[in-house]
Design a protein around this ligand. Structure first.
Ligand code: GRF
Length: 201
């Protein structure tokens, strides 16, 4: 199985995935890194690991649908079986979702369905929750909504700051995202409605 990682920024999750693949913890082949941002540090990480990169800039397209149609074309050319979103800062449309139904994974830095959106870590911190965490889920048409694959829990300590919380969140992300990719690519996830269970056999 071939997969692509989509990233717009720093790419620490990409790095964790590369590391896990190198250690043999993910057997699927990370064949491609796609970015909408030519300055993304994630691209440097990919190049260092000798992974093919493609930049698709939004300014060259008239609509989100046109942009996603270009992504579909590329993914088909590269024989990509599934997609891993790792800090990809774009809303994706049904053009892409329909072609890769239940084959697009995303990671969100909160315990969904709480604290959706782009400021989840700070939102949870400011709300005063005692626990927050990380969610890996399949992508559907609604933002931060699809079936949940794995969640990791983070306890908010007495002297926590938004910065220390962010560090805790990323540490958990880097553990559970490679694990979710492993389970998915080995066919170990089974759907029961919108529930995703680990297969026992
Ligand atoms: C992560 O916090 C992830 O949960 C969110 O975007 C961030 C990406 O970080 N979707 P990085 O680029 O992988 O360091």
């Amino acid at each position: 199985m071939n997969f692509a990682v989509f990233a717009s920024g720093r790419g620490t999750n990409l790095q964790a995935i590369i590391r896990a693949a190198k250690k043999g913890k993910i057997s699927a082949n990370l064949a491609l890194v796609v970015s909408d941002n030519k300055e993304a540090y994630a691209l440097k990480r990919a190049k260092r690991a000798k992974i093919k990169t493609i930049i698709v800039e939004a300014k060259n397209f008239n609509s989100r649908e046109d942009y996603d149609a270009e992504l579909v074309k590329i993914l088909e050319q590269e024989n990509i079986d599934f997609i891993v979103l790792a800090g990809f800062m774009r809303i994706i449309t049904s053009v892409l979702i329909n072609k890769f139904r239940n084959k697009i994974l995303n990671i969100h830095p909160a315990l969904l369905p709480s604290f959706k959106g782009t400021h989840a870590i700070v939102d949870a911190f400011n709300y005063g929750v005692k626990f927050t965490g990380v969610t890996v889920h399949f992508v559907d048409e609604k933002m931060d909504h699809g079936p949940i694959i794995l969640q990791g829990l983070v306890k908010i300590k007495e002297n926590e700051t938004a910065e220390t919380l962010e560090a805790q969140i990323h540490k958990i992300e880097h553990k559970i995202y490679p694990e979710a990719i492993r389970l998915f690519s080995e066919g170990k996830l089974k759907f029961e409605g919108r529930k995703v269970n680990k297969a026992t056999t």
